[in-house]
Design a binder for this molecule. Structure first.
Ligand SMILES: [Zn+2]
Length: 227
């Protein structure tokens, strides 16, 4: 693998990393501020934990892949990214997602989108966590990112639901506000649990005319019922 790009460092960022040292998202070890992963973990970033193809309505399919198990340090890092304002991890995740895409597909894509977050959640967090990952991955793949997906209604809290319940719960929750006729679309999320969100989003993308959908995520939960 080619060496990974380094992190761009503004004066403010240098100062911040002096106060709060940069950490490797996979093992938690302190790393030089311009690096995204430690040397050991960098060797393994394109080893994926999960790959599967989900069959949707009308014989459409969505191929899905995730990089790491949602466990241990990866779980800590994702929680810190999402809830503790540690958004510097987005660059490392974006680079890793771009490498995952190249590893699972030789197709070229036209557009990168993200699983839309609940508006209230985005307001609370101050940013769209999946959108930021999609934007970073798109940048590394030299593809456009557009937040074309919306939630049409609120889904029931679903961490404890089974896959079938989740599918029912998410039926028509997602919509696309752009014509995607003939487009190959890359769908990005932070975590794949049962795959129900990915499937519901892919259904909406196909309804908008997409020709193909590939879904990638940073992590996959290994126990279906929990996230
Ligand atoms: Zn590491």
């Amino acid at each position: 693998m080619n060496p990974l790009p380094e992190r761009p460092l503004s004066f403010g960022r240098r100062l911040r990393f002096l106060l709060f040292p940069a950490c490797c998202p996979l093992c938690g070890n302190v790393i030089p501020m311009q690096r995204l992963f430690c040397e050991t973990c960098e060797e393994a970033i394109s080893d994926k934990i999960f790959e599967d193809t989900y069959v949707l309505e009308k014989d459409n399919t969505v191929h899905a892949a995730a990089l790491w198990k949602y466990d241990g340090q990866v779980r800590q890092t994702l929680l810190a990214y999402k809830f503790s304002g540690q958004i510097d991890f987005r660059e490392a995740f974006g680079v890793a997602l771009a490498s995952l895409v190249k590893g699972v597909s030789t197709d070229s894509f036209d557009l990168v989108v993200s699983v839309p977050s609940d508006k209230k959640r985005v307001r609370q967090l101050g940013f769209d966590h999946a959108g930021e990952l999609a934007r970073q991955a798109a940048q590394r793949l030299s593809l456009p990112y557009r937040p074309v997906m919306i939630r049409t209604r609120k889904a029931v809290f679903q961490h404890t639901l089974t896959r079938e319940d989740r599918m029912r719960n998410l039926k028509n929750v997602f919509a696309v506000n752009e014509d995607l006729t003939g487009m190959r679309v890359l769908l990005v999320d932070d975590i794949i649990t049962t795959g129900a969100s990915v499937c519901a989003c892919a259904e909406a993308l196909y309804r908008a005319g997409a020709a193909e959908v590939l879904a990638v995520a940073v992590a996959k939960t290994m126990r279906e019922e929990f996230q």
